[in-house]
Structures are given as C-alpha cells and as structure tokens.
Design a protein around this ligand. Structure first.
Ligand code: MD3
Ligand code: FE
Length: 203
C-alpha cells in the first residue's frame, strides 16, 4: 500500500486478473440494465468525454438544466439502478467505513477521454471515503490539494488497482489527464473503466 498524500492510499493490484474478469462480466449486465449516458455540464450543457452509468440505491447524474446531483433512477430510462456487485463491496470494505455505500459511479473512458481537475463534493457524508477501482487501460491520474491552482502530482493507475480517498484528501482536486490505449487486454474493445463507491447521505 502506498500513501500518496495524507488520506490518499493506493493499493496496486488489489484485484486478481480473475476477479477483474468477473467484475467486467458484472459490469456488462449493469450496462445492459442501465445504459451508459453522456453527462453534461450544468448551465452550458457541454458534454463530458467520459460516458457513465451507476449502480446502488443512488446514482450521480448531471445535465444542463438540473446540474450535478444524486438520484435513485437512470436519467433516460427512469429505472432504478442495478445493485452494486459483491466484488466492488470488497474494495469498499478495505476503506474501513462501517456503513454501506449508496452509490457506485461507473466511468467509461475511451482512448481520448479525460476528466478535468475537480472536487467530489456532491455527497453529504464527507466523513465517508470514496473508494475507486480501475479496470482496463492504464491512466495518468493527477491530484493536488484543496485549492484548484495549487501544486499537483501525477501517478499511473493500472487495471485492478484500488485507491482509497478519505481524511485530509477527501476534498482534494483530482482528475484523469490521459488514457494509455492498448496497455491492458482486460476489455476486448480497449478503454478504461473506473468505479467509485460512495456514501452520499449522512447516517
Ligand atoms: C482524489 N474519477 O468519478 S477515481 C470521479 O479515475 C473521478 O474516473 C476518477 O474523479 C476516475 O469523480 C478518479 C479516484 C479518485 C476519486 C475521488 C477523489 C481520487 C480522488 C477525491 C479526492 C481526491
Ligand atoms: Fe472525482
């Protein structure tokens, strides 16, 4: 385990190849029930380059009219989100937080997708960690402190890695600068999947 910053822990190769393959098969069923959608920026309506879906009792969505929010149903089908896979709950357990996660956001990156520097602050339960699982192609992840313009560091995340984000890093700025296409054979079409498990409401 590597402590990237206070409260920001990197667990390389948390999941075996076999576990990663099982997670991908669980995710295929999740995407069949809850299709990937393209989130849009509040007000401007500019599309994200990342496609998303969710599982759990709440999912993160965003559109021009209503902005960032968590809701119990898919924004296009209005169906409840599918359940969080058991394997993802194993990574959540490693975060040491006693209560169950409510949301599991699934981000799909093709080789050209990025995620700009941002904070995760749409959750009420900021005392709970965010637990991230990487699958497929490697990426260059960047994080800083609580000030957007402050210094940042970069680290590569690989398939099967888990990152725990809590404590003093919970409101750190972070983003994904680059996907390294062709670095993993896990996904037949290439690309990267990131799952983030979150507690949204206060217990
Ligand atoms: C560091 N996802 O969905 S996960 C997101 O790889 C998001 O798709 C990225 O940022 C991805 O919001 C990064 C790792 C992560 C998540 C939240 C953090 C790192 C973090 C919050 C604070 C500091
Ligand atoms: Fe984030």
């Amino acid at each position: 385990m590597l402590e990237l910053a206070p409260g920001l822990l990197h667990l390389p190769e948390f999941f075996s190849r076999e576990a990663q393959e099982r997670l991908v098969s669980d995710l295929r069923a999740i995407v069949a029930a809850a299709p990937l959608f393209v989130p849009r920026m509040p007000r401007t309506g500019k599309a994200f380059s990342v496609r998303m879906t969710n599982c759990g009792s709440l999912g993160w969505v965003s559109d021009a009219a209503r902005g960032y929010r968590y809701q119990p149903t898919h924004p296009e089908t209005d169906a409840p989100w599918p359940a969080i896979p058991g394997l993802a709950l194993e990574a959540w357990a490693s975060g040491g937080y006693v209560h169950a996660p409510e949301a599991c956001l699934v981000n799909f990156y093709d080789a050209s997708a990025k995620m700009g520097l941002h904070q995760d602050r749409d959750e009420e339960a900021l005392e709970a960690p965010v637990v991230s699982i990487s699958l497929g192609d490697s990426c260059l992840f960047r994080f800083g402190g609580e000030v957007r313009s402050g210094p940042t560091r970069s680290v590569r995340l690989h398939s099967g890695d888990v990152v725990l984000i809590g404590g003093a890093s919970r409101l750190a700025f972070h983003g994904v600068d680059k996907i390294y296409g062709g670095t993993s054979t896990l996904l037949s079409q290439g690309g990267r999947i990131n799952l983030t498990l979150r507690r949204v409401t206060k217990v």
